[in-house]
Structures are given as C-alpha cells and as structure tokens.
Design a binder for this molecule. Structure first.
Ligand code: BDP
Length: 599
C-alpha cells in the first residue's frame, strides 16, 4: 500500500488534531457533543487520566468535521488511517463507509462522490479495543458484573505489554485520480561482485493506460535511468549499506492521450539479503545483528505515533553501537520504517502474532509440571487474522530496504501438537508473497527447546528468546551459563546450516540499585547477566546476532512480577541510560557489522 505523499497529481491533507470523543455506546447518526475530546494520533489511555477510562474495554467514539474540497470528476478523495487499534468502523454523516480489523496496519476508504458537494462532513470512527482468540494479538476477554448489576468488560492480555488503544497513527484525506497507481513493487538483483544491479519496478494500475513511465533518480535528484518494460541494469550502483543508507527514487507516471494521469515517487535501496551455510548475508557479506527488541511505547502517547521518540530511539541505537531492531510485537508505524530506511538501520519486521500460547504468563511459569495440558492449537482460531496480517504487512513494507527478515510469530506454543500444521502454510505464505523473498523466522519461546519444538526446521533463521539467569536459574549466573551454553550447542548441532539469532535476552533492572552480589534487579546484576550471555554467544559459530530485550522500559498490565511496567530496558522509559549502556557501547563498537563470525 502506497504511503500518502503529495505529488503533481495527489494532494494530502492531515486530519490529525483534537477530535470529539466518547466511550461506551454510541449512535453515528447523532453528532457527539463537545464534552470530551481526544487527540489524534495517540493512545487514549494515559491522556484520559481517569482510572476507569484508562482501562476501558469496548467501543470508543471519535468524531471530527472536515471539509472535502471539490475535485475534478476523474479524481477521488480517500480517507487513510495509519492504524486504528484494534478495530475501526468508519462513518461519514452517519453512513457506514467501511471497517478494518487489526490494530497495526494502514487502511484506506474511498469517500463517495456525493459527499464532495457538502459544505462539511462529519467523520465518525468507532474504535474497539477487545481482543480474543480470533484476533491478533490474542487476548482474554472477560465480563464482570458490577455492584449495580451493570457489566464491565475486562481484558487480560495474553502478552506482556499494555493494551494501548485508539487512533494510533496519522489520519489523512487525500486525492488521487480514479485511474491511479495502485501499487509499486521494486526488486533488485545484485551481481556477485556487486558491480551491477538489475532493478525491476512493477506498477499496478486500476485500468490500463497508454504509457507507464518509470525513471530512477539518485539522491542528488539526477536521473540515473529510464526503465524499459519495467527493467534496467544499473552499473556500479551505490548500495544501501548498514548505517550508510543510500536511497534511490523511482518516479512512476501514468500517461493517457498525452495527459499525465497520475504520478508517485517511491524511495528504495539496492541491497541483497541471503541466508546460507549458517550465516546471514547482507550485500553478500556475513552480517552480525547488534540491537534490540523494542516497543512503540512512550509516556503520554502510549503506543501512539511519536516521531520525536522514534528519532531519539534510533539515534540512541546508533550511539550505543547497534545496527538493528525488531518490530516486536507488531508492525511499527510507516514513519518509523521510512526513518530506518533513511538511517541505514536494519529491521526485522514482525506481525502482531503474539499470545499464541494458551494461558501465556509473562512469568514463564508455563513449565510448571502440575499445569493442565495446554491445547493452544485447538483453542486458537487465529488463522484468518494471521493470513490477513501477513498479507497486509508485506503489502505495506515490501519495498523497504531496511527490512531484511519477516517474523511470523513471537513465542507461540511451537512445542504443542498442532503447531506444525498451523505454521507451515503461514510460513510458506509469508515467503511466497514477498517479492524480494526475504528470509522468514519464528521467534521461539524458552519452553520449546530443541527436543520439543515442532517448527524451527521450517524457518530460515533460528530466532531464540532466552532468559537463562532471569526466568531460569534466577540469580545464579553460573548455572545459567551452563544451561545457555548447552542449549545453544543443541540448536547449532540440530541445524548446522541455519543461522541462530538471539532475539531476546534481558533482566529487569531498576536504575540506582546496586549490590556486591548477584542480586537480580540491580544494575550490577544486569551488567553481569549480559557479560555472561555474551561470553556464551561468542562461542557459538552460527550465532549471527544479539538483540537485547528491551531497548527501553515499557508499560505492561499490573502483574506480580511487573514493577510499574517491564524494566528490562537498557534505557529507562524516558530514555535515560542504565549503567550497562556503557558496557554495551564498548562491546558493540568493537564488533563490526560484517565478518564478526565468518567461518
Ligand atoms: C518474552 C516476550 C516479551 C516479554 C519478555 C519478558 O516475548 O514480550 O516482555 O519475554 O518477559 O516472553 O520480559
């Protein structure tokens, strides 16, 4: 899906701002009064301040008035939402326009022409934040009878982050020609010696046109090539390199009867990604991931778009010597993806498939022997939602040079019967629908050890979340070291040709707490914990990277093991460094992006 930009044939106007707002039942036929307001975009939760409203589960109504300026009869107005979490129903003047399920991907709705004549239109969005075993992420919805007999919905997240909701990303109204560029797909093949790239640009239009003109421009806005039949071979291309990004632009024009119908410019990078012999190659060189699992999570905005925080995070990421992050546990904003492209930061792109584990508990006490048998794959009805998020993510992010791998799910019950049947078609779908055929991974949970896991042979990279020294052997780093070392060796022996990536490891840490001994939650323990992990990582030949859990502390639901959120960040929630940041900086600036572990 194309990002909304102004071009000679498209005009974008923002609908961000202060909207009318109401929680509870609503009637789109009747305008909301002005008693309560909400900012778009943001999570509604924290800014509402009131405790009940913050944790409200159900429908929230958003409304604004806007003017739809006149357009030519060959043009249309489109409403575009960057994301609405988790379910949106959109009305214009009380008339249903459409809906979208899924809280992390954009959607568009064409505004019918009859509204273009109106002085102003009333735009109403009903936002629902319920999650269940048919949605992604997975949540457990409950109803509680209150003292007065009324029913209040409650949501127990089946995952370890706060269920922030609202109109989370930009809302735009834009014009485009009726016969327009629907999509642009850019792929490139690099020669073995990197001296040539054959670039292919495929353009999808609504109807056939006389001419589709495609030109490529460099960063100085100089034309580099004009494509014939959508293809060109570029000599000595400047590559998109890790932390040294170079972005070309493809300008597409549709022409009919000598008239320019539509034009759009799509930035892209030339780089290759391959996996072979237990290594992960970018631009034909073995790459080492240094970085983070993150969250879209800031004070005040919650999960709402915060572009300043995005830039600060990526600058901090660079400052500490990292080169990558994973969009745990959902697709991040398009603005963040464009920023990563621009800054040369490598991204592992994840769908919101989290919570696919019956009765998931962040405490990882799922290994308890006395627990009832879990039957995740009988309980979960998420197949349709999963297919949808895969399709929407790849449609949205396929052209981003920063994206080097897709994640089909985070910590599913891949050791339970039914996991293989569930994941095989989804992994194939992900691989096959990507025009660049990037590697696909699944992030494995600690209990799905090599002897129990049923799916890791299906993916290209073995991604592991491992908490030796935290959830296992808590406070005993010597035992933790043995456990981690033994398990990584097992994976290496089982899949000698697959790279291993540690996608999560971490220890909750409260800044300022110190100890002479191995006492969890102290800054000294965090330092020792990571030192132990790194010692082990460096002995595993196929281990191609380390992504810390988490970049920054983040908000979670209230739980016994959460002290006002999850504190595994290397940075606090307001992005101040913990003591361990200095240690990371030393390690990561010493580890090169390439050839760290070349065999
Ligand atoms: C893993 C999850 C992540 C949690 C983390 C933790 O992937 O979402 O926040 O562990 O417990 O289970 O800190």
């Amino acid at each position: 899906m194309l990002y909304p930009i102004n071009t000679k044939t498209r005009r974008v106007q923002s609908l961000n701002g202060v909207w009318r707002f109401k929680q509870g039942s609503g009637d789109p036929q009747v305008a909301l009064d002005n008693n309560e307001v909400m900012v778009v975009p943001t999570s509604f939760n924290d800014v509402l301040v009131d405790k009940e409203k913050r944790s409200y589960i159900g429908d929230s109504w958003y409304e604004t008035d806007c003017v739809v300026p006149k357009v030519g009869d060959q043009e249309e107005w489109v409403l575009r939402f960057g994301s609405v979490t988790h379910h949106a129903t959109v009305y214009v003047n009380g008339i249903l326009l459409g809906e979208h399920r899924g809280g992390f991907t954009p959607f568009e709705l064409v505004v019918p022409a009859r509204f273009y004549q109106e002085e102003s239109i009333r735009l109403t969005v009903c936002v629902n934040n319920e999650l269940n075993n048919r949605t992604l992420p997975v949540g457990n919805l409950m109803e509680e009878v209150q003292e007065d007999g009324s029913i209040r919905k409650r949501m127990l997240e089946n995952f370890d982050f706060y269920n922030y909701a609202g109109i989370h990303r930009n809302v735009h109204l834009f014009t485009r020609p009726k016969n327009h560029i629907r999509d642009i797909v850019i792929t490139s093949q690099l020669s073995d010696d990197l001296s040539e790239a054959s670039v292919e640009v495929m353009v999808e239009t609504v109807e056939a046109v006389d001419t589709v003109r495609i030109q490529i421009f460099d960063e100085e806005k100089q034309e580099v090539a004009e494509l014939e039949n959508g293809r060109v071979t570029l000599k000595q291309p400047r590559l998109w390199e890790v932390l040294d990004a170079y972005l070309y632009t493809a300008r597409v024009e549709l022409w009919a009867d000598g008239q320019l119908l539509d034009t759009y410019t799509e930035p892209f990078g030339i780089r290759s990604v391959t996996v072979k012999d237990g290594q992960f190659f970018i631009n034909h060189k073995p790459f080492y991931f240094k970085g983070f699992g993150k969250h879209e999570d800031t004070y005040i905005n919650g999960r709402g778009l915060n572009e300043a925080a995005n830039l600060m995070d990526l600058n901090l990421l660079k400052a500490i010597g990292a080169n990558s992050f994973r969009t745990s546990h959902y697709p991040y904003s398009e603005e963040m993806m464009r920023l990563a492209d621009r800054m040369g930061i490598v991204v592992i792109d994840e769908v919101p498939a989290v919570g696919l584990f019956q009765q998931f508990s962040a405490a990882l006490d799922l290994m308890g022997e006395n627990k009832e048998r879990q039957n995740t794959w009988e309980v979960m009805q998420t197949k349709a939602a999963h297919e949808q998020v895969i399709d929407e993510l790849i449609k949205r992010d396929k052209n981003h040079p920063s994206v080097v791998m897709w994640v089909v799910a985070n910590e599913p019950a891949s050791h339970e019967t039914g996991a293989r049947a569930y994941f095989k078609p989804l992994i194939e779908r992900m691989r096959d629908s990507d025009p660049q055929r990037r590697p696909v991974t699944l992030v494995n949970i600690m209990v799905a050890t090599p002897d129990k896991d049923e799916v890791m042979d299906l993916v290209d990279v073995i991604s592991l979340n491992r908490y030796y020294g935290w959830y296992v052997h808590h406070g005993d780093l010597a035992k933790a070291e043995q456990g981690l070392s033994a398990e990584l060796k097992q994976w290496q022996d089982l899949y000698p040709d697959k790279p291993i990536l540690v996608t999560e490891y971490g220890a909750d840490t409260l800044p300022g707490l110190q100890s002479m001994w191995d006492i969890p939650y102290t800054e000294s323990y965090q330092i020792d914990y990571y030192e132990m992990n790194h010692r082990v990582f460096d002995t595993v030949p196929n281990l191609v990277g380390e992504q810390v859990w988490n970049f920054a502390d983040f908000e979670t639901n209230v739980m016994l093991i959460r002290v006002k959120g999850n504190h595994k960040g290397l940075f606090s929630r307001n992005r101040e460094p913990k003591q361990v940041v200095r240690e990371f900086k030393k390690r990561w600036t010493a580890i090169p992006n390439y050839h760290y572990k070349s065999k």
